[in-house]
Ligand binder design. Structure first.
Ligand code: CA
Length: 240
């Protein structure tokens, strides 16, 4: 990976923390745009693009939640939510709003860099998946041909099941709420349809042979939704 540095939008209202993070990330080779409150964060995001957003939850003017919601309204950019210690509820809120990961304060700079790099690797997996074929262990998705294979056997999926699978697999490790999946897969947003997603997931699991109690690919995130994982044994074979 040569060329332009990866761009980070760093949203943090505490000047001392923000300055330290900017200095550290820049020394690690990232291009950093700092924002000190929620409104400035939304404005800065509009002037992007960014490769990753690091977003403090407790912010003046607009909350981190609201910033996350606004970014997610039209972007799939990876978002790391930063929460204060002990705010477990906030972590759930962040994931429900579509954050990809979270960090609990205080965290080390090394930890921050590690999380950013992990998300950049994930979105590279996504870029690769945009091409033709994506392989996740025994599961192969032929995106151009709209076909799915498990252990070399073709599996017949409905268009909704195919969309559901490719949506989840696009960002391995990212938690999708039922509501998000309704919007992305079915294209409408009535609350009653969240159960429809559960039945699509159930059918999809049955067809690809994924055991919900011991999943290979599709994991239930209780009280939130679902996420897709690349099977562990195959994670390191892509030469990354
Ligand atoms: Ca704060």
């Amino acid at each position: 990976m040569s060329g332009d540095p990866r761009r980070i939008l760093l949203v943090e209202d505490e000047a001392a923390i923000r300055d330290a993070e900017v200095a550290y990330l820049e020394s690690a080779g990232f291009a950093v745009t700092p924002a000190e409150d929620g409104r400035k964060a939304v404005e800065a995001f509009g002037k992007g693009p960014f490769d990753v957003v690091v977003l403090d939850l407790m912010l003046p003017v607009l909350s981190g939640e609201e910033v996350c919601r606004r970014i997610r309204a039209n972007s799939d950019v990876p978002i790391i939510m930063v929460t204060a210690k002990g705010e477990v509820e906030d972590r759930i809120i962040g994931l429900e709003l579509g954050a990809d990961d979270y960090l609990v304060k205080p965290f080390s700079m090394r930890e921050l860099i590690a999380r950013i790099k992990a998300l950049l690797r994930r979105s590279r997996t996504e870029d690769e998946a945009q091409r033709e074929t994506a392989t996740y262990g025994d599961l192969v998705i032929d995106l151009a041909g709209h076909k799915v294979f498990v252990r070399d056997e073709e599996v017949e999926l409905t268009p909704s099941e195919f969309k559901l699978l490719t949506t989840l697999a696009r960002y391995p490790g990212r938690v999708y709420s039922r509501m998000e999946l309704v919007e992305k897969v079915l294209g409408y947003d009535f609350e009653g349809y969240e159960r429809t997603i559960d039945s699509h997931v159930k059918n999809l699991r049955a067809k690809i042979g994924d055991d919900p109690h011991n999943p290979t690919w599709i994991y239930t995130v209780h009280g939130v939704g679902y996420r897709f994982e690349i099977p562990k044994a195959t994670q390191s074979t892509d030469g990354d």
